[in-house]
Design a protein around this ligand. Sequence first.
Ligand SMILES: Cc1cc2nc3c(=O)[nH]c(=O)nc-3n(C[C@H](O)[C@H](O)[C@H](O)COP(=O)(O)O)c2cc1C
Length: 396
Amino acid sequence: MLVRRCAIVLVEPREHLAFDPQSLADGADGLRATLSLVALAPHLDDEVPVDTDDVAALAQIAPGAWSDLAGLYARHARATLDGLVEKGLLISDAAAHAAVRARDEAVRDLNWRGLSAVAHHFGRWSGVRSGEEAQRAGVSSLADLTARLGPPPPAVRECAAPGARIALERAPGGAFDDLLRRRATCRNFDAQALLPAATFATMLDRVFGAQATVDAAGATILKRNSPSGGALHPTEAYLIVQRVDGIAPGLYHYHALNHALEPLRSPDPSALAELASRSVAAQDYFANAPVLVALVTRFARTFWKYRNHAKAYRVVALDAGHLSQTLYLSATDLRLGAFVTGAINEVEIEAAFGLDPRTDGVLAICGFGARAASRTAVELDPLGRVWDAAGNLVRE
Ligand SMILES: Cc1cc2nc3c(=O)[nH]c(=O)nc-3n(C[C@H](O)[C@H](O)[C@H](O)COP(=O)(O)O)c2cc1C
């Protein structure tokens, strides 16, 4: 059997602290520390416990060239090497290991930077209910946070004495300033209202649609209303449509060149609502928006140019941030509410849309739709442009 090391693996030393009554009885701090090593390899679904023999073997077996396993037994314990093959950290050419080999090849072929691949893969959530966890930890409001953690660092950095600062004029005001000031994260959607089809189409066109294309040197480049690193626009819109007039509730992909919806699946209404809730980690004030959009990055598109590049993953995350701001402003202009959230269960979203996280990464979820007439969930509107003092929607 031939083997090679998997393309990317990071070994992390961990310390686990557990309550130990004996330590307390001995007059110590009551805690027992256990040290361990875990291997984080993005072609595997879970982290893998390893020991120092495993690490020594992994360090000495090349990821690029195939070696004969029987020949390696002369240098490393057989149990260590066989264990590494079973764990999927050594990739074999055997038919029995084809699935792991294919996942490793997907990572290899994509030109991932090792640290970025590990950060992306092991930052994903499944089954998290973020609000409830914050409540359990006693940190669900600003008052809870400051009571537990003390005040946060100051709101701004001060680099000069007040008298040394050069005062600047405020923006003159105008339609664009008004639009910016009305932008706020919506946590109060009208749970019944249908979004008109034309409004929905305008939103997708403005935020994700190709406004123009340039075909040059064998490549097609999109022009969108947001900037994108390398002009590559790797981020696609995968939609959970819940209430849009004339469009069957279900899962869709948006085709940015054709400005068209590609139907994927239509789960029954309760399954769709459940998926929406799971997607946003049970933040139900977001889950009932008429449209949720998963921002899904096709890594191959950006990593085609930025190969094994230290900045590439950061750049695609920044791209997603720009799209979300364009979505906020487009929604605000249409008198709609909008949100973005990073508290998402990527694993459930990937399963629903049939995405492999090694090739297509869910970076955030946005949503939009009509606001409710009154505010029940907290929003940050100190300018009073969205809600009046009584918590009612300000209509213009
Ligand atoms: C990257 C990102 C992630 C966010 N994630 C969440 C989230 O998980 N839950 C939430 O309620 N708001 C989330 N927000 C919204 C912020 O809480 C919101 O922008 C902030 O409170 C300021 O309010 P404003 O957007 O109304 O000005 C997120 C915003 C950004 C930019």
